[in-house]
Structures are given as structure tokens and as C-alpha cells.
Design a protein. Structure first.
Length: 410
């Protein structure tokens, strides 16, 4: 095994009271935060509601959007900017409405309310014309066939369909689905073989589009709608998935080692999850399906780290039969410390970069990974291992421990 540093001799079990005190403090602070906030802050996946992702030509006024939504009867709307380090020219926000009070037949009301509020705050230049940023390829093709700016005649549907597809592809891939003006299309239209075959070229097509369409200052990029019934079912399934994972690990470790090892490992993982949820409440991060995926990942990560220590304890029991269990556990933790620092440290650096640079859409997921790796690594030697030692100490097993904490086989 690669050694990060030389042999160490740290009395981890002698510091068990400090570890337990720290955990109690974190759990208490997190519990108080959860109580004051009325429980975890669930995301759209669990509480039900509407999320509308909107992209703007220029930096929008969040206060103006919020005021318009308030006039529409939604003063509690959540509005958040979505950053993009690689594309600072893209201005995008996500507008969320909680729809727990709406029934399943009115789920679309939130999306309509958000769209109406945006149109009030950012009206199109000419309301009598459709918005080119909201038009699809078939609609643009029909308009071009009807106007026939290139003089192809009535049998030119396929040509205009190809031109319309080129327009929407350029708009969505190169401009993020949002054109500032019709003139932005001069480049792709000038390079189109179909356009060059007609009379008037790109200028004729741009003129026809200018007459038929207006260009708004925003475009709706995506809409997510989750009903309250579906959200409740997802919450239940997420809880069951976590409990099933913990139950399966408890059975495995109890069979592989001793039942107290399995109980200690599972309680330590419960400890990790509860502390992470408490920190989510303190910093007001939403719990979504991706966060649940992160928590389940960290359950396995923390459990793996704990099993590595327990496995080394089992090996040491065979050669240190007359030593105290606390000394054997200390030695096992010190022997695996280099491995722990290498694996946990490198993983932590990776998710830390994801948290700092990954953008707001990944912020909650990466925060769960950062906290989980730190707490999960700490709980393996600070909670799970002392729990095993405390159990045997309570059973007055302070003498030879070979027959007490032995394994059931490899």
C-alpha cells in the first residue's frame, strides 16, 4: 500500500469524547435549524411545483420580475440567477413556484403565471406578431412558404423547411436559443445553399422574417412541473431507498464481522446523513433527487471507509490477542490512515472544485458531496470505531479480546 507518511501512533480512542461531543454539537445545531425552518427545504422534485428556466438578452432585473409575479398573486416566488463561467454573456434565471396547494388538474397554472409576469416585465416590441425566439422550425417554414421571399414558387416547401431548420439550429446552438435581432441570422443564411439559389439572397429572407416576427428580450428554455402527489411519492421512495441501503449494509457487515460492527457502521452512516441534512437546513440548500443520489453515494463511501478499518481490526485481533481492544483499534486506524488521507483527500479536492466552479445548478449536489466526504471519513474513526470499543467496554471485556471480537471468517 502506498504510504503518505511514516508510521504514526495516535490515540484515537483516547479522543473519543471529543469526537462524540463534536457530533452532538453538529447534530444539535442542525436539529434546531430544521425545527426553526419547519423541516428540510425540499426542491421541486419533492414538494411539487413549477420551475421555468428563462434566458435573457441582457442582464434582467430580479426585483422587477419579483414585483411582477407579486402582482400576479405569487409573492413567494423563488427567483435565482444561474451562472455560467464559460459563457458570461448568457443571462439566465430560474423562476420557481410552489404548487402544493394546487390540484393535479391545475399544474400548468404556475407556468402560465410565470410567462404572463415575464411578458408584463419584458414586453415584445410588437405584440401583434409572434416571437421569433419562441417559434419552431415548422412554423418558420410555413411562414417562409407563404411569403416565398426567394421566389421558389408553391413547390418549395422542402427548401424553406431546410432554411427554417438552419435558423432554429443556429439560434439554439450558437445563441443559446435567444436571438437579439433578426440580423443575427445574416451569417447562417448567407452560408445556406438553398438561400443562394433564390432571388434576393439572405436579405430577402431576413426582410420576410422581420415583417412576420418580432424578437423578444427573453426565451423560455425549459419548464419542469411536478405535481404535489408525485412529489410526496418521490419523498417516500427516497426515504425507503436510503433505509433499504442501510438495512442491506447492516446485514452484510453483521454477517461478515459481528453484529455490533454492523450496528456501529450503520449508526455512523445515520450520523453522517443527519449532520448533512442539518447543514443543508442551515445554509438553505434544497434537497432534490440529485442530492439524494449524492447522499446514497456517500452512504456507500462512508461505509467502505468503515469496513476498511474494521477489516484491519479483524486482522490485528489474530496477532494481538492479549492487547486491549482500544489499542488494537488505534493501531488499525493508524495503519489505514495513509490510505484514508489519499482516497478521501483527493476525492474531497475534486468535489470542492465542483462546488466552487460547477455553477448554481450543481451547488446543492456538490455541497452534499463535500460535507459527506468530510463527515463520512471522520465518522469512520471518530464514531463507528469508538462505538465498538465502548460496547465491549460496557460488557467488561477489558482483558484478552481474541474470543470476543473475532470474525466469522474471511
Amino acid at each position: 500500500m502506498l504510504e503518505f507518511f511514516g508510521p504514526v501512533s495516535i490515540d484515537w480512542m483516547g479522543k473519543a469524547k471529543f469526537f462524540v461531543s463534536l457530533s452532538i454539537l453538529l447534530l444539535a445545531v442542525g436539529s434546531i435549524s430544521l425545527y426553526l425552518h419547519g423541516g428540510p427545504l425540499y426542491g421541486i422534485d419533492f414538494r411539487g411545483g413549477t420551475l421555468v428556466y428563462v434566458r435573457f438578452v441582457k442582464e434582467p432585473s430580479i426585483s422587477e420580475i419579483r414585483a411582477s409575479l407579486a402582482k400576479g398573486g405569487f409573492p413567494q416566488a423563488n427567483i435565482q440567477r444561474i451562472g455560467n463561467i464559460s459563457r458570461p454573456d448568457i443571462h439566465e434565471v430560474v423562476v420557481g413556484l410552489d404548487e402544493r396547494e394546487l390540484n393535479e388538474q391545475h399544474l400548468d397554472a404556475g407556468r402560465i403565471a410565470i410567462e404572463d409576469a415575464l411578458h408584463r416585465s419584458f414586453p415584445v416590441p410588437d405584440a401583434s406578431k409572434p416571437d421569433l425566439n419562441a417559434a419552431n422550425a415548422s412554423g418558420i417554414a410555413e411562414t417562409l412558404v407563404r411569403r416565398d421571399p426567394l421566389g421558389f414558387g408553391p413547390a418549395a416547401g422542402d427548401r424553406y423547411k431546410a432554411i427554417a431548420t438552419a435558423i432554429t439550429t443556429f439560434r439554439d446552438s450558437q445563441h443559446g436559443g435567444l436571438l437579439a435581432s433578426v440580423e443575427d441570422l445574416s451569417g447562417p443564411l448567407g452560408a445556406s445553399a438553398e438561400v443562394r439559389q433564390g432571388r434576393g439572397g439572405a436579405a430577402a429572407v431576413i426582410g420576410a422574417l422581420r415583417d412576420a416576427y418580432t424578437v423578444g428580450s427573453f426565451a423560455i428554455r425549459n419548464v419542469e412541473i411536478v405535481g404535489p402527489k408525485v412529489g410526496a411519492e418521490l419523498r417516500q421512495q427516497a426515504l425507503l431507498a436510503t433505509l433499504y441501503a442501510l438495512g442491506g449494509m447492516l446485514v452484510y457487515i453483521a454477517f461478515r464481522f459481528e453484529w455490533i460492527y454492523g450496528a456501529a457502521a450503520v449508526l455512523a452512516v445515520f450520523h453522517d446523513v443527519l449532520i448533512t441534512l442539518g447543514l443543508f437546513s442551515i445554509f438553505r440548500f434544497e434537497i432534490s433527487l440529485t442530492v439524494i443520489a449524492a447522499l446514497l453515494t456517500l452512504v456507500g463511501y462512508s461505509m467502505n471507509d468503515t469496513i476498511v478499518i474494521f477489516d484491519r481490526v479483524r486482522e490485528n485481533l489474530r496477532i494481538m490477542r492479549r492487547e486491549k481492544l482500544s489499542d488494537i483499534v488505534n493501531k488499525a486506524i493508524n495503519q489505514t490512515l495513509s490510505r484514508t488521507i489519499l482516497t478521501s483527500g483527493l476525492t474531497f479536492l475534486t468535489v470542492l472544485v465542483l462546488f466552487l466552479l460547477g455553477g448554481s445548478s450543481l451547488r446543492a449536489f456538490s455541497f452534499a458531496m463535500v460535507v459527506g466526504i468530510v463527515v463520512g471519513t471522520y465518522s469512520s474513526f471518530g464514531i463507528a470505531a469508538p462505538m465498538v470499543v465502548a460496547w465491549y467496554r460496557w460488557r467488561d471485556q477489558k482483558g484478552p479480546v481474541g474470543a470476543v471480537a473475532g470474525s466469522r471468517g474471511r
